[in-house]
Design a protein around this ligand. Structure first.
Ligand SMILES: Cc1cc2nc3c(=O)[nH]c(=O)nc-3n(C[C@H](O)[C@H](O)[C@H](O)COP(=O)(O)OP(=O)(O)OC[C@H]3O[C@@H](n4cnc5c(N)ncnc54)[C@H](O)[C@@H]3O)c2cc1C
Ligand SMILES: NC(=O)c1ccc[n+]([C@@H]2O[C@H](COP(=O)([O-])OP(=O)(O)OC[C@H]3O[C@@H](n4cnc5c(N)ncnc54)[C@H](OP(=O)(O)O)[C@@H]3O)[C@@H](O)[C@H]2O)c1
Length: 269
């Protein structure tokens, strides 16, 4: 008698951007990821024990395979639904990501068939400005939004502010810089908090807050005015707490089902 295989997807590709950052592409066996809104996330599941075989009889009994699940924002756009692209940081002390890092193309895993989440543009009216703030891999949902809306008609201006420790952690830098060079409605502001002299970093130094200074935003054509500009915050919860504290005195309120607001956030932990 055969039992159902809990693994319903395959890792088709991984691109390591360094020792602790990678882009993973996961393809569901059904051939298509369910439709999703840019900004949503999926869960993936892996066996809790790295020695559990991912294929064959040991992996074939859901009751005996103890699965770990974690959530990841989708970086790909809904137009390319054969696979999902995920941008992931390895947490050395973590329970999940060290097992994910051992995976190679062809390995099997579980992919939640239903993408989820409310960190999307669904409740942002057209003709607004967007300030999209990320730390680390919190950039992923914005990559999906930008890829999906290839032109500028979904917003008036969009600014991505990406905070990382070192310049080599600026994932998607080439893609975002190329878009900024050709799209007058888009600006990309990388911010590095711990550059080393060898990095020869010439951009903004510090935390994302330096890029939110009113004069700097004004120079990019954007005002921190909740009537005109929606702000999205994604990644480190301390960044979200601190940037909220900066924005709330300006009249920003979190967007909620009953009480629409211009502030949206997604905490990764
Ligand atoms: C809605 C949602 C979407 C998410 N999307 C992403 C994503 O697109 N990419 C991604 O890398 N992670 C994302 N995460 C975090 C992810 O789900 C895991 O928590 C993360 O991969 C760590 O898992 P772990 O078991 O290895 O570490 P855990 O044992 O769960 O350790 C958690 C600790 O690791 C650190 N940590 C967790 N996530 C990150 C991170 N992304 N970058 C740096 N440090 C981190 C924090 O200190 C946290 O306390 C998301 C979380 C949520 C809730
Ligand atoms: N990045 C690495 O090189 C590295 C290497 C090994 C291990 N780790 C571990 O991995 C974990 C996550 O590291 P990470 O670099 O991916 O994510 P992170 O700690 O969230 O840092 C990403 C960016 O967010 C900034 N940040 C932190 N708190 C903030 C706040 N309150 N407001 C605004 N910005 C804020 C950081 O600035 P600051 O630099 O000023 O904090 C950094 O620029 C940590 O536990 C770390 O010890 C990281």
């Amino acid at each position: 008698m055969t039992t159902p295989d809990p693994w319903n997807a395959v890792l088709v590709a991984r691109e390591d951007l360094g020792p602790r950052l990678a882009v993973f592409r996961v393809r569901p066996d059904t051939g298509a990821v369910a439709d999703f809104e840019p900004g949503q996330f999926v869960q993936i599941g892996l066996p809790m024990d790295a020695s559990t075989p991912l294929q064959g009889p040991g992996a074939a009994r859901p009751g005996r395979v103890r699965m770990h699940k974690r959530s990841y924002s989708i970086a790909s756009a809904p137009v390319s639904r054969a696979e999902v692209e995920l941008y992931v940081a390895r947490v050395d002390s973590g329970r999940f990501t060290p097992i994910l890092w051992a995976m190679r193309p062809g390995d099997r895993l579980w992919l939640d068939p239903e993408p989820k989440g409310f960190f999307t543009l669904a409740r942002v009216p057209a003709e607004r400005d967007l300030v999209l703030v990320a730390t680390g891999t919190g950039l992923a949902p914005y990559v999906s939004m930008l890829r999906h809306h290839a032109g500028s008609e979904r917003w008036r201006r969009a600014v991505v502010i990406h905070g990382v420790r070192r310049p080599d952690e600026l994932g998607y830098r080439a893609e975002l810089a190329a878009r900024a060079a050709r799209d007058p409605h888009f600006a990309y502001v990388p911010v590095v908090s711990r550059p080393e002299p060898a990095d020869a970093w010439k951009g903004l130094t510090g935390r994302v807050q330096v890029a939110l200074e009113p004069d700097r935003l004004r120079a990019l054509g954007v005002e921190l005015d909740p009537a005109r500009t929606h702000v999205f915050l994604c990644g480190n919860p301390e960044m979200i707490r601190d940037v909220r504290a900066l924005l709330e005195p300006l009249g920003y309120r979190p967007d909620a089902l009953e009480t629409p607001g211009s502030l949206h956030f997604e905490k990764y932990w």
